[in-house]
Design a protein around this ligand. Structure first.
Ligand code: UDP
Ligand code: MG
Length: 150
């Protein structure tokens, strides 16, 4: 079985609103495995690098202001199809269109303040993990894996 990794970030609004435990709990309870975790204040240049693909968008400046407005929780999660399934747990970009049961659907209202980031493809996940975790993720094997996969 090929295991995949994705980069997940709880944005400053998620942190301020006390959703760290709730969000980590959703990924844990799904069966994904935590491979990296840090609580950090991000500098402007770093946030611009993370969102470089969006630099030509009109909301880019406001997005960067938002991401550096408070500490974020940066994580690496591992599991089968974790990139796509992680995006399903998160929901759609605009919380208004995101169904209840998704993180953004349950907790967000405004398109920018949507609580959480998740890599949108395996390729971007690899890039984002390398940017946020240059030291590499933590290698460990969860003892419950045989109860999650056959
Ligand atoms: N965003 C925004 N205005 C928009 C669209 C997106 O401020 O019109 C913000 C929002 O916080 C979003 C982030 O920019 O999560 C990155 O946008 P992207 O299209 O990559 O959405 P995501 O992949 O996070 O769903
Ligand atoms: Mg995106």
């Amino acid at each position: 079985m090929t295991m995949e990794q994705t980069f997940i970030m709880i944005k400053p609004d998620g942190v301020q609103r006390g959703l760290i435990g709730e969000i980590i709990g959703r990924f844990e309870k799904k069966g994904f495995s935590l491979k990296g975790l840090k609580f950090v204040n991000v500098e402007r240049a770093f946030a611009e690098k993370h969102y470089a693909d969006l630099s030509s968008r009109p909301f880019f400046g406001l997005l960067v202001d938002y991401i550096i407005s408070g500490p974020v929780v940066a994580m690496v999660w591992e599991g089968k199809n974790v990139v796509v399934t992680g995006r399903k747990l998160i929901g759609t970009t605009n919380p208004a269109d995101s169904p209840p049961g998704t993180i953004r659907g349950d907790y967000g209202i405004h398109i920018r303040r949507n609580i959480i980031h998740g890599s949108d493809a395996v390729e971007s996940a690899t890039k984002e993990i390398a940017l946020w975790f240059p030291e590499g993720p933590i290698a460990w094997e969860s003892a419950i894996e045989p109860w999650i996969y056959e």
